[in-house]
Write a protein that binds this ligand. Structure first.
Ligand code: FUB
Length: 304
């Protein structure tokens, strides 16, 4: 897939396409999906693998898509670029998540090496701008790790009492409260203690029947594991592997949410990657089902 694929550029110059099974987007390489439901619309936010091959990640912007029926999609002009974060310099546009609050949309993003930032916009499709002009979190907030990409993969969650939380990390999973303004950390950074499968990266928090579910990438190449807790900070009880290795991709990065009475598991694989590397990824969506005891049935990855 050439990097110069169809791309809306001007506001209103949206691009419409119909997903024909997985991967759902075949005119770009897309990775690290995060999703949000806003009224009758599911919004999908993704990273964007530019070139692939064996050369590592090359990710310079993030992309936004919406759907009302999980089949027909709208793609918007590029809502945010790594260069919108002056402090991120030459970093890559790693994983993030968008959430609505205070009539605005906050996009927590990560960059390899430079840490986690937050973009803000008036509309889900952007354009987003750097909300604070500096990183929200850096490697020094990842006190238990000593590698340069420890501070990545922010996942944001607003609890029923209105408190917003941020989870993030690589090799270790960290969490903290966000202040009501969504742009400052409130109090101490803490660490999730895992028993069960090792935490690699890509935390995602959701709530189901009053319990907290923390899903995450485990091992490497990555599978998706999950754990359940009664409290947001744990203790989280390991419940097993949720998704297997995603073909042709070392990473798997998931989002989990309910839309129109159906739960979905959104992730990436290397479904249209023909170069043999693991850096040309594609977002996929499959249905997610719970057992009556609240555990989740293993995801069946489909191509249809
Ligand atoms: O896309 C770059 C990085 O790869 C993400 O931040 C990780 O979650 C993994 O998917």
């Amino acid at each position: 897939v050439p990097a110069s694929m169809v791309q809306p550029v001007a506001p209103g110059d949206n691009f419409h396409f119909t997903a024909k099974g997985n991967p759902i987007i075949t005119h770009h390489y897309t990775a690290d999906p995060a999703a949000m439901v806003n009224n009758d619309t599911l919004w999908l936010f993704a990273g964007h693998d530019f070139e692939g091959g064996q050369r590592g990640y090359k990710m310079k912007d993030w992309l936004a898509f919406s759907t009302v029926d999980m089949k027909t999609w709208t793609e918007y002009p590029v809502p945010m670029k790594i260069t919108d974060f002056a402090w991120a310099k030459s970093g890559d546009a790693y994983a993030g998540q968008v959430i609505a609050r205070n009539g605005k949309y906050y996009w927590y993003i990560s960059t390899n090496t430079y840490g986690i930032g937050v973009g803000v916009a008036d509309r889900p499709e952007g354009p987003y701008k750097d909300a604070i002009g500096k990183p929200l979190l850096t490697n020094k907030d990842c006190f238990a790790s000593n590698h340069s990409w420890a501070c990545i993969d922010p996942a944001v969650f607003i609890d029923d009492d209105g408190q917003a939380w941020l989870f993030w990390g690589n090799q270790q999973c960290y969490y903290a409260k966000l202040k009501a303004n969504m742009t400052e950390i409130d109090g101490e950074v803490k660490q999730i203690q895992f028993e069960g499968m090792r935490f690699t990266e890509a935390p995602w928090v959701h709530k189901y029947q009053g319990k907290y579910y923390l899903s995450y990438a485990t091992e490497f190449p990555e599978k998706t594991a999950y754990a359940i807790a009664d409290n947001i900070g744990g203790p989280y009880v390991y419940k097993g592997i949720l998704n297997d290795l995603a073909g042709n991709s070392n990473t798997n990065h998931q989002a989990i949410l309910e839309f129109k009475n159906q739960w979905y598991f959104i992730y990436h694989n290397g479904g249209i990657n023909t170069d043999g590397g693991s850096f040309s990824r594609s977002v996929c969506i499959d249905k997610l089902f719970y057992n009556t005891d609240g555990t989740i049935k293993r995801i069946v990855m489909t191509t249809e």
